[in-house]
Design a protein. Sequence first.
Length: 346
Amino acid sequence: MNILYSYWMDLFALTRRLIDIESITGNEAAVGHAIASELTRLGYKVERMPVEGDRFNVWATPPGTPRPELVLSTHMDTVPPFLPSSETADRMYGRGSCDAKGIIVAQIAAAEKLKAQGIHVGLLYLVGEERDSQGAQIANEHPRGSRFIINGEPTENRIALASKGTLRIELVANGKMAHSAYPELGESAIEKLLDALENIRKVKLPVHPKAGPSTMNIGLIEGGRAPNVIPDHAVAHLLIRLVGPTDELRQQITAAAGNKAKPHFILEIPFMELGTVPGIATMVAAFTTDIPALTNWGTPVLIGPGSIHVAHTEGEYIEKKQLLEAVDLYATIARHLLGNGASPHA
């Protein structure tokens, strides 16, 4: 108990140490080695699961438990820009503080707490979640027999009833260059793109009774050559947060674009309905996670400390109180799942 209490007291120091290792997507090797080293120090058998180049996932198990029934997991990568750590009496700041390095530390502490009670769980830390879930996709090709996976994302320590999916669209319009003094000799790709976007914005997006409405963001518009040239090419990048299937939605978007522009559907991550555990507050995650890419790792539960509203911002932080509470929550959920031997409630 004294060893465990001492380890809990180091939660904040370890969180800051991980935050201070820059790990923007594609550059996770250094933080992966730091996590692997910490888990080795704690007595886990650690495997560096190759992903690409020097990038790897970290898979750790207690001695003598090569195929644990339950896995705690989150991601090691962060969005740019890198922001070093700082702290106040109540909070820790810095890139990854809540998304998701604080979660990594809470899960390690929960695994230690469970280990002291004779319950052995695995730990899986992944690269690439912020871009394309590449680490999760690789891990899904090498499952280890677990029945449950508790995925960590900032949900303010509430279990997610559902996680919205993602549909990324590249909308391309082509035209004909001409001198801007004689627009009738050209064909403006930008005007065509704007017309297509106006029509697409009128498409009625799906609504789910638990997860609420789908939402759309026009995140980037590119096009044109100069103010005095009629533009021959323009592109818009759209992202829809999904709450259902996309077959009909794709058809509606294509019809709305008409002959003005052509939509290219470049990425889809499905909407997921998730299970709950009695006695823990719930929410709906409007964001996407690694869970859809980890189907071979068991029935998923999504929960973690910190708020998604400050993730990806220059003021990202995690409440120290929530970080400590998460240790107990992860352990409680693990005991419930393993004790019941059944899936979470739908």
